[in-house]
Structure formats: structure tokens, C-alpha cells
Design a binder for this molecule. Structure first.
Ligand SMILES: *[C@@H]1O[C@H](CO)[C@@H](O)[C@H](O)[C@H]1NC(C)=O
Ligand SMILES: *[C@@H]1O[C@H](CO)[C@@H](O)[C@H](O)[C@H]1NC(C)=O
Ligand SMILES: *[C@@H]1O[C@H](CO)[C@@H](O)[C@H](O)[C@H]1NC(C)=O
Ligand SMILES: *[C@@H]1O[C@H](CO)[C@@H](O)[C@H](O)[C@H]1NC(C)=O
Ligand SMILES: *[C@@H]1O[C@H](CO)[C@@H](O)[C@H](O)[C@H]1NC(C)=O
Length: 944
């Protein structure tokens, strides 16, 4: 039966309408947008400024190469220049044309970790663990080979040199000894940590005398280094095979064990098949300290000296103790000056950029909540906007805004030269930001369902922005950098999207910082393989969460927008069962009520509906059949019957007025008809379509003028109508014409009113615009909820004319509290009390039926009240007194009993007997009817 002119608009038509509306909306929001985009720009500039300050600070003369601050003990330090470098920082950036010569060292384990007898090694030749307390444990070397005699002879030569320190040629004489240090190395050897730290250098001897610590002075350019040298006993132990060495080393190297279980050795030698004319050796050494973290360059390892020791010892076993290949010193290559670079943007980046990016969250959220708070979403839905187009366009729209914002952000950052952006591979950045903004939009959709006011959404949104940044910077990063905190724990924290964002930015900044410092690049795709790089997990988490949150948000939105609760699909069955059980009994009860009340008109309407339902086609636009809404009992309150078995048929061209006291169920009825709530039982057909199943198609031929104006403040009247017109499938010239006619009809066309923002309209103009919206696109059925409330009489008249003209070829259901309006506009009226219609009919009929009396009023002095009463009783014995107050009395006189002339005569007589201050005789008004019906049915319901 659907009218062919009200073809349902296609997905793309709806999408197009929404997109155009959004674009205009966005254009109006230009200022906010500019402010939004400026925010990252300002932050980037701020970072650049900080960077400039840091750079000038670093370039200060006091930080120049070749100068050193010498503490003289009194006052500020004294500056000495002309030194090539003095600190680690200077060594890394200053030119070093003559690198210093360092003595070659062995990597000696610290005294408290040197190998001792323990319960997990079976070798009795190791020292007891009491030496760990005094720090005098020997440094162990393990030896094996095919020929034990040969192996032990060679090994015995290693540490056998007598202590020989010649202060005239210190370096040379020291290099003759087996020296070692327990300090960690660095990735260059311009400054050897062993000589700069205050840990003594170990000198390995077969035996140590008790007082074996000496102090030497090593000259380094212009500075002299005081260095302690202490003796450490070199212990060599024979093992039967290399596999024994392997297992012993493995047991002593138990990562993560308590300190007492660490058993470190200096090195191990396997002489294999070495003999007098063959030297074939395998050396074990420890390289674990090479690098602390994955993205740092590798540290040097001290292994050269241990090879030299073995070959020296072999040489001596062949040629005697005087033979020697002296390994005098090691030194780095010379290097030019490099600029000292500290990349501030990378250090502060994660915190600042988290703020920048999360800032989009409240923007999206507020926009969604705005449409929800102002009920615009529902309004659009009622005018035919499907969920699919709504989601697609809203999503694409927010994605576009976010993308543009992020693009500006990255472009600004790169343009002002922040390494954070320039060094890291742009394709990784793109994927990361793209995933995150998608997730963020989905989250906003999900969270928007929980908010009903823009204010709370704003507050919560911005709290989230700052909270995420600060928690990320001061809590999450702490866990991230704490190596003892488990990786799983970090990943668990990253499930919170803000933290995964922070982690990603943190990784970018780490790579940018190190890349800049070392002069290498930032993060590339192959770096995702890096075990310390959390980016891979972050990308996976973001992608998975995006899909999950999208699904949940879409489902939640369906549930919320259709007004059912999330478990509705479970309940449905139960409800249907209930209602089918109850139906017969309620029906009987219902018919009893009809008889009691003699609501013949209501009964007739019901019969008419039953008749109409049997016919296959009908000219009736709306047919309600036993529509019922019961709100389930809650908090101990009984079930509430909002609408009880309502049957009603409206032909095309009729305006039906619904009167009723507040809380009578009018709104529930309208809400069911416009699809906001589902009927508990019964149904209604609009243009032949069932409201339970075909609401989406009904929307295209339906218009709604809600009680409160649901308008976008920044859109003009014309734009509103264009938008809703497009939703109603109007196009091109037809659309323009329809909008113009509509504007003219509600008198908003002239004087540029149509192109003013709706937010600036007066109450009356807004109301008229709402009515125009409800009528655009020629809907066949229109619902108007109190269309003229709060209007001045002139505007009201204007509005009435619009409605009157509009009702010609459509059915209108109108609720109102104004009897005048009802009488003026409606062809039929229904008085709705306590969930059911009390009477139906046109205004005249109703007045005739319920108001078969005149109202007679007379005011006298209180002493004459009785005389007035007598007078009335003479006129009609069936008169009833309606009220009496200090001399004023009101009576109802049945029309059949009296003639008006008699009344005038009687009053004339009375005037001669006593003073009558005022009197009047009036026909009943609709208001009287309304009050009577409302009262009657209430009395009835209290009786039953
Ligand atoms: C083991 O080495 C010693 C000393 O070099 C040599 O005299 C002896 O012959 C070797 N033994 C074997 C079995 O090769
Ligand atoms: C090593 O070999 C010697 C002689 O063959 C033997 O006495 C000793 O028990 C062996 N040691 C181990 C730990 O097997
Ligand atoms: C190797 O060196 C690291 C770092 O100094 C240390 O933790 C580890 O215990 C050493 N391993 C062995 C087997 O000596
Ligand atoms: C040196 O030892 C290895 C085993 O460690 C062996 O494979 C190789 O043949 C030996 N070289 C010579 C020249 O004997
Ligand atoms: C990542 O590492 C694995 C093994 O650790 C290796 O097989 C793979 O080729 C690496 N991939 C890249 C891109 O380097």
C-alpha cells in the first residue's frame, strides 16, 4: 500500500544527505577547526624552541671541546683549556686527532662472583666460598686438550711473569703483565672505563703476597690519572674435555639466579691437538656485557689480550721464558669533531604527542554526544536516515577529520625539523597513527552511549587526554623501563589504548633519539624484529582492538538507538508467551469496562478497525489495532499500563487531536507510532506497513514534529529543510522547489530568515521550522506533539494555518493541551485518560454528548445565596450546583429543561428583589467536556 511517491531513499542518497549536512556543519565550525589544527603546531614550535635553547646551552664556551673545569678547592672551579677532551661527553663529540694508548686488558670477573666450590659444581679443585667475603678469590681459567702434559705446561706460562714495574717506562713494563679489569666497556675506546673509574686494575699472578696493592700515575695528555693496581691470583684448572668445560660454564652462568649462584671464570682454553709443532686452540670468553639494550650500539669486548696470553705462553714453552710477543697497547682510530646532539623532541615527544593525538577523542565524543543530547540522531532516524548510512558517513567523516589533523601534525613536525618525525620511517608512522585514530573513533562511538550531556562528555574527555599523557609519562614509562617488570605485564597495560599509543610514541622517540645521537637512522620495518622494540605488539594490539571495539560499538548503538535493552533478544520470547497467555482474560475485562462506561463511540471505532483489517485495501493511513504498552514492574512498583488496548483508524486527510491530562499515555502512544519503543502487544499499520517490522520503510513516509525543537544551532533553516528533504528522497529541482514552498508556507522565506542560523531564531520561528521539517517530502503521516506550546497568539495563528493547509492529503495525529487548538485544527478528537480512549468524535458531537447543559453563573452578596438557589430550582429541578464561593455560584442547567427567555425573565425578577452583582449564561466549552470526561474516568477507576 506504500505510496509510490514515497519511495524509500537509497543508502547512497541518505549518505549523501548526511555528508552534505556534515560538511556545512564543519564549515560553520571553521574557527574551532583552526584552533584544533593550531594546537599541534604550537606544541611543535614549543619543542623547537626548547631545542634551540638546549643547543645554545651546549654551545657555550664552558662546554667547548678542550676545556676542563679543575676543582681548586676554593670557590668556583678554575678553567683549563687546550686539552683534547676531558669528559665522556667531550670524548664523544670533540675531535680526537691523537687517541690515547690504553693498556690491553682482560675482562676479569668481580671478586664476589669469581668461581668457588658450590653445591652445583662437582669440582673439588675450586676454592672454598669463604674467599668471597674477603674479596680474595682467585681468578679461574679452565684448560683442556688432548695432551695434558702439554696443556698444563703452556697454561703454566700464562701468569708466571714476576711483577715488574718500571716507572721510567710505565706503559711498557705494565703491558708485560697480565692486567685485567671488571668494569664494563663502552662502544668506543677513546676513554677506557677501566682507567677512569676508581675500581683498581687487577694484575694476575700465580700467588699474591698479602700487601699487594700499589699505586701508579698514568699520563693522559695533560691529565695525570692516579690508578691503583691490586694483585689477583690466577688459578688454572685442568678439565678432562671441552664438554666438561661447557657444562661447568653453563652451570655457573644461570641468568636471573641469586648472586650466590653466579660462578664466573676468566676464560677457558682448549688446546685440542696442539703439540710442539702445532698450535690449535679454542678460547671461551664472556660476551654478555657487550650490549645492554637492543637498540644501542655494541660495546667492545676485551678478548685480544687472552689470545695473546695463550700464544705468548706457547712461545715460551718452545723457546724459554725470555721469548715474548709484547702486546703493548690498544687505541682507537683518530676522529673529527662531531656536533653534540641532544634531541629534545624525542625526549619530551611521547608525553606531548600523546596529548596532541588523544585530543581528538573529546572532539569526536562531543560531536556524537551533541547529536544524542539534542536528540538529533533520533530525529534523523525518524525522517528516514538508516543506521548503515549514519555509521558509514559519521565514521568516514571523523576519520577524515582525524586524518587531516594527523597529517598536519606530522607535516608541521617534519617541517620544523623534529627528528621524531624525520628519522622514523614514514610508512611505520602512517600505519601506527592510522590504526590508532581508527581505534579512537570506535572508542568514542562506544563511550558516547554512556553520556547524555555534552558537558560531562567534555569534562571526561579532557580528563582522559591529560590523564593518559601523565599516567603514560610517569607511571607506564616507569614500568616500561624497569627491566625486572615482566613483559606480559607491560602488554597487559598496553591493552589500554592510551598506553599503547604512548608505547608506540615512546619507541619512535627512542629510535629517533639514538639514531640522532649515533648518526644512524630511526625506526625501520626490519627493526620491528628487534626483541626490545614494542612496536610490533602495539600494532597488533591496536589492530585487534579496533575490530573488537568497532563490533561492540556498532551492536551497542543498535541496541541504544532502537530503545531496547542489551538483553532484549533473550526476553522477547518470554514476553510473547506471556502476552499470548494473558490476552483473552484482559479482553474480557476490557469489554466489561466498555459496557460500564457506555463508551459506544470507542466501541464503534474498535469495530471499524476490525472491519478495516479484514479488507485488503483501505484509504486509511493509520490503523491501530489493540495497541498496548505495559512497563514492567520496577523497584517494587506494580506494572504500569501506559496504553491499554487502543484501537483507532485514521483516513487520509484527517487531523486527529489527542487530548488528555499529563501522564495519560499520549507520549507512550506517539513513541510507539514513531518507533522509539516497541508495543507490548497489538500493533499498528501505517500506510499498510506494520510498525513492529517495517519501521524503516514507514520512516520514509512519516514526519514528526517533536515537542521540543530538535535543531542544529549552526545550520540555517534552509539547510535543515534541504537535509531532511534529501533524506526523503527529493532531488535537484524538486528539492529546491519543495524547500522554497515549505519555507514560504511557514513564513520563513522572506527577509533572509531562511539563511539565518537556527540557533538565532525566536521560539516561534523554531516551532514553525520544526513543523516545516515534519511536512517536507510530502509525508503521508505526520505526528505533532504540542506544536504550538509557548507561542504568542500571532505566531500560533500562523502555525495553525500551516497545519490546516497541510492536512489535505495526509493523516495527522496531534497532541495538545490547548482546547482552542484542538477545536480549530482537528476533525476528530479523542480524550485519552489513564491509557485508554474515553471518547472519540468531532468537537461538536462531543460537546453535544457530554455538554447537554448551560452553565449559569450568578454573583450576589453571600446573604442572598439561598434565594439564588431557589431561583435556579424553579427554572429546572434537575439543575446541579458546580461550585459556590463567597456569593458566586455556578450551576449546570440541562438544555432540555429550559428556554433561554425564561432564564432572562427569572433574572429580571430577581434583580428587583436583591442586588445581583453579575450573572452569566454560557454554552458548554470543550474544556468543560474535557474536565468532565477526565474526572468521570478517574472516579470510575477509583471505584473499580
Ligand atoms: C705430550 O706433550 C709432551 C710435551 O710436549 C710430549 O713430550 C709428549 O710426547 C706428548 N704426548 C703425546 C701422547 O703426544
Ligand atoms: C679426569 O681424568 C682423570 C684421569 O683419567 C680421572 O682420574 C678423573 O676422575 C677425571 N675427572 C672427571 C671429572 O671425570
Ligand atoms: C658474563 O658477563 C656478564 C656481565 O658482566 C655476567 O652477568 C655473567 O655472569 C658472565 N657470565 C659468565 C659465564 O661469566
Ligand atoms: C684444530 O682443532 C679443530 C677442532 O677444534 C680441528 O677440527 C682441526 O682439524 C684442528 N686443526 C689442525 C691443523 O689440526
Ligand atoms: C626476524 O627474526 C627472525 C628470527 O629471529 C628471522 O627468521 C627473520 O628473517 C627476521 N625478519 C626480518 C625481517 O629481519
Amino acid at each position: 500500500m506504500a505510496d509510490s511517491t514515497n519511495e524509500q531513499s537509497s543508502f547512497w542518497t541518505q549518505a549523501n544527505a548526511l555528508l552534505r549536512k556534515n560538511l556545512i556543519f564543519q564549515k560553520r565550525n571553521m574557527k574551532t577547526n583552526i584552533r584544533l589544527v593550531l594546537f599541534p603546531l604550537v606544541l611543535c614550535l614549543l619543542l623547537v624552541l626548547i631545542q634551540v635553547l638546549v643547543n645554545t646551552q651546549l654551545d657555550k664556551p664552558s662546554n667547548r671541546c678542550g676545556c676542563i673545569c679543575v676543582d681548586t678547592g676554593k670557590g668556583p672551579c678554575e678553567k683549563k683549556c687546550g686539552i683534547e677532551y676531558s669528559t665522556l661527553e667531550q670524548a664523544s663529540s670533540c675531535p680526537i686527532p691523537h687517541p690515547p694508548e690504553w693498556l690491553p686488558l682482560l675482562q676479569v670477573p668481580s671478586p664476589q662472583f669469581r668461581a668457588v666450590r658450590t653445591d652445583f659444581t662437582s669440582y673439588g679443585d675450586l676454592p672454598g666460598d669463604s674467599c668471597r667475603k674477603t674479596g680474595s678469590c682467585p681468578v679461574t681459567t679452565l684448560v683442556t686438550g688432548n695432551n695434558q702434559t702439554f696443556g698444563q705446561t703452556v697454561a703454566g706460562n700464562m701468569f708466571s711473569r714476576p711483577l715488574n714495574i718500571d716507572s721510567s717506562d710505565l706503559l711498557y713494563s705494565l703491558a708485560d703483565n697480565a692486567l685485567g679489569s671488571e668494569t664494563d666497556t663502552r662502544f668506543t675506546n677513546f676513554l677506557d672505563t677501566a682507567f677512569l673509574s676508581n675500581v683498581p686494575i687487577d694484575i694476575l699472578q700465580p700467588q699474591c703476597s698479602s700487601n699487594s696493592q700499589i699505586s701508579v700515575t698514568i699520563q693522559l695528555g695533560a691529565t695525570a690519572l692516579e690508578k691503583d693496581i691490586r694483585c689477583a691470583q690466577g688459578l688454572q684448572l685442568w678439565r678432562n674435555s671441552s664438554s666438561e668445560i661447557n657444562s661447568e660454564l653453563y652451570k655457573g652462568y644461570l641468568k636471573g639466579n641469586p648472586e650466590s649462584k653466579i660462578n664466573e671464570i676468566l676464560a677457558a682454553y682448549d688446546f685440542v691437538n696442539s703439540k710442539d709443532n702445532l698450535f690449535n686452540v679454542t678460547i671461551w670468553y664472556n660476551s654478555t656485557y657487550r650490549s645492554d639494550t637492543g637498540n644501542q650500539p655494541l660495546n667492545l669486548i676485551r678478548v685480544a689480550r687472552s689470545i695473546n696470553l695463550a700464544s705468548n705462553a706457547y712461545l715460551q714453552s718452545l723457546l724459554g721464558p725470555t721469548a715474548e710477543m709484547l702486546f703493548e697497547f690498544v687505541k682507537e682510530m683518530p676522529k673529527p669533531e662531531t656536533k653534540l646532539r641532544l634531541d629534545f623532541s624525542s625526549l619530551l615527544g611521547p608525553l606531548f604527542f600523546t596529548w596532541v593525538i588523544v585530543q581528538l577523542f573529546p572532539v569526536v565524543l562531543i560531536s556524537l554526544v551533541y547529536e544524542k543530547e539534542h536528540k538529533l540522531r533520533i530525529m534523523m532516524k525518524m525522517h528516514g536516515l538508516g543506521d548503515g548510512p549514519y555509521w558509514m558517513i559519521s565514521y568516514a567523516y571523523f576519520l577524515a577529520i582525524s586524518s587531516i589533523y594527523m597529517l598536519c601534525f606530522v607535516l608541521f613536525g617534519s617541517a620544523v625539523g623534529l627528528n621524531f618525525f624525520r628519522l622514523n620511517d614514514y610508512s611505520i608512522q602512517f600505519v601506527f597513527y592510522f590504526l590508532y585514530i581508527n581505534l579512537q573513533i570506535c572508542l568514542a562511538f562506544l563511550v558516547a552511549d554512556w553520556f547524555s550531556s555534552v558537558k560531562t562528555a567534555t569534562v571526561v574527555g579532557y580528563m582522559m587526554v591529560f590523564g593518559t599523557g601523565l599516567l603514560g609519562g610517569f607511571l607506564f614509562q616507569f614500568f616500561l623501563e624497569d627491566s625486572s617488570f615482566s613483559k606480559a605485564g607491560v602488554i597487559a597495560m598496553e591493552l589500554f589504548p592510551g598506553f599503547s599509543l604512548y608505547r608506540g610514541l615512546y619507541e619512535f622517540s627512542q629510535y629517533a633519539f639514538n639514531g640522532n645521537y649515533m648518526g644512524t637512522g630511526g625506526m625501520e620495518w626490519k627493526d620491528l624484529n628487534d626483541s626490545n622494540n614494542g612496536m610490533r605488539e602495539v600494532l597488533i594490539i591496536l589492530a585487534v582492538e579496533w575490530l573488537v571495539v568497532f563490533g561492540v560499538a556498532y551492536y551497542a548503538d543498535q541496541v541504544v538507538s532502537s530503545g531496547t535493552n542489551p538483553l532484549s533478544f533473550l526476553r522477547k520470547k518470554q514476553k510473547n508467551l506471556q502476552s499470548s497467555f494473558r490476552k483473552p482474560s484482559l479482553r474480557r475485562q476490557g469489554s466489561k469496562v466498555f459496557v460500564q462506561m457506555e463508551k459506544l463511540d470507542v466501541d464503534q471505532e474498535r469495530e471499524k478497525v476490525e472491519q478495516l483489517l479484514l479488507e485488503s485495501s483501505t484509504s486509511h493511513s493509520i490503523i491501530c489495532n489493540n495497541l498496548k504498552k505495559i512497563y514492567p514492574s520496577r523497584d517494587g512498583n506494580p506494572e504500569k499500563f501506559a496504553v491499554r488496548e487502543l484501537s483507532l483508524a485514521l483516513p487520509q486527510g484527517e487531523c486527529f487531536g489527542m487530548l488528555g491530562p499529563n501522564g495519560a499515555g499520549k507520549t507512550s502512544f506517539i513513541n510507539m507510532m514513531i518507533g522509539l519503543i516497541k508495543p507490548s502487544s497489538g500493533t499498528a499499520y501505517v500506510q499498510g506497513l506494520d510498525i513492529r517490522t517495517d519501521m524503516d520503510r514507514i520512516y520514509t513516509s512519516m514526519g514528526v514534529c517533536p515537542q521540543h525543537d530538535l535543531l542544529w544551532e549552526t545550520l540555517t533553516g534552509r539547510e535543515h529543510l534541504l537535509f531532511y528533504g534529501r533524506l526523503k528522497n527529493l532531488k535537484g529541482a524538486a528539492l529546491t522547489q519543495a524547500v522554497e514552498e515549505s519555507l514560504k508556507s511557514v513564513n520563513l522565506f522572506h527577509g533572509g530568515v531562511a539563511d539565518r542560523k537556527a540557533g538565532k531564531y525566536s521560539g516561534g520561528m523554531k516551532r514553525r521550522l520544526s513543523v516545516a521539517i515534519s511536512l517536507i517530502g510530502d509525508p503521508k503521516v505526520v505526528y505533532m506533539d504540542e506544536p504550538s506550546t509557548g507561542l504568542d497568539p500571532a505566531s500560533r495563528n500562523m502555525l495553525w494555518n500551516v497545519v490546516k493547509r497541510a492536512k489535505q492529503n495526509r493523516a495527522i495525529i496531534l497532541t495538545t493541551h490547548s482546547m482552542e487548538e484542538a477545536e480549530h485544527l482537528c476533525d476528530r478528537l479523542g480524550i485519552f485518560v489513564d491509557g485508554s480512549l474515553q471518547c472519540v468524535g468531532n468537537p461538536k458531537e462531543l460537546k453535544g454528548r457530554y455538554g447537554g447543559s448551560y452553565v449559569f453563573t450568578m454573583t450576589t452578596s453571600p446573604t442572598h445565596e439561598e434565594e439564588v438557589e431557589n431561583l435556579v430550582n424553579q427554572l429546572s429541578p434537575n439543575a446541579t450546583k458546580v461550585y459556590q464561593i463567597s456569593g458566586t455560584q455556578k450551576f449546570e442547567l440541562p438544555k432540555n429543561d429550559i428556554r433561554i427567555a425564561d432564564v432572562f425573565e427569572a433574572v429580571g425578577n430577581a434583580k428587583s428583589r436583591f442586588t445581583v452583582q453579575a450573572w452569566g449564561l454560557a454554552d458548554t466549552t470543550l474544556e468543560d467536556v474535557f474536565i468532565k470526561v477526565a474526572k468521570g474516568s478517574q472516579a470510575d477507576s477509583t471505584l473499580s
